[in-house]
Design a binder for this molecule. Structure first.
Ligand code: MN
Length: 201
């Protein structure tokens, strides 16, 4: 089996004015395609060849950089496209909103802490909201590491992930990562995030 670059669930310009068309195009057809190809090359003729991406992330050796980087990159971006939407923004609803308020005090406090996790990740990486042992937690990982990897700096099931690599925002926001994070919140597809939360809760 080999992995395929998924189609975006919306047009490249659909997240304007928050995430620009040029960024979406190069991010999807350039970066995500490269992770997909790199993953397929790295697992060919290995015991991981017929595994799901979740199975691969669960067993990847930290020293196996091709699978670690490209496998993480493949999973992270599949999630990223789906947790954004032109109809996104606002707040989650139901159990997830309640859990966020119970954990972080308010949605605004959650947004503040999640934004800080993204701002505090030096260089390239991801900020996460993860679910583990009944708790919601905020953290970040470097490069394309994912909380499902057993050695990751931050663990749990990734409910929401935000790409803070410069390639996710530099064309529009240049060095202003905080402005990108604010714009990212305008397009979060909370329905999809709630689905991910319910799948493990
Ligand atoms: Mn990216």
């Amino acid at each position: 089996m080999s992995f395929k670059l998924p189609e975006l669930p919306y047009a490249y310009n659909a997240l304007e004015p928050y995430i620009d068309e040029a960024t979406m195009k190069v991010h999807h057809t350039g970066h995500h395609q490269a992770y997909t190809n790199g993953l397929n090359d790295a697992i060919a003729d290995t015991s991981m060849e017929n595994s799901s991406i979740e199975e691969i992330l669960a067993v990847v050796d930290p020293n196996n950089k091709p699978v670690r980087n490209n496998g993480g990159g493949f999973y992270n971006h599949v999630m990223y496209w789906n947790i954004m939407s032109p109809k996104g923004g606002g707040q989650p609803a139901g159990d997830l909103l309640k859990h966020i308020i119970d954990t972080f005090g308010s949605f605004d406090n959650f947004k503040d802490q999640f934004s800080k996790a993204g701002m505090g990740r030096f260089g390239s990486g991801w900020a996460w909201l993860s679910f583990e042992n009944g708790d919601l937690k905020i953290g970040s990982t470097p490069n394309q590491d994912n909380p499902l990897m057993p050695f990751a700096e931050f663990s749990g099931f990734p409910v929401l992930g935000m790409d803070v690599w410069e390639h996710a925002y530099y064309l529009k926001h240049q060095n202003k990562r905080a402005a990108y994070i604010n714009d990212f919140f305008q397009v979060i597809n909370w329905e999809e995030v709630e689905k991910r939360y319910k799948s493990v809760k």
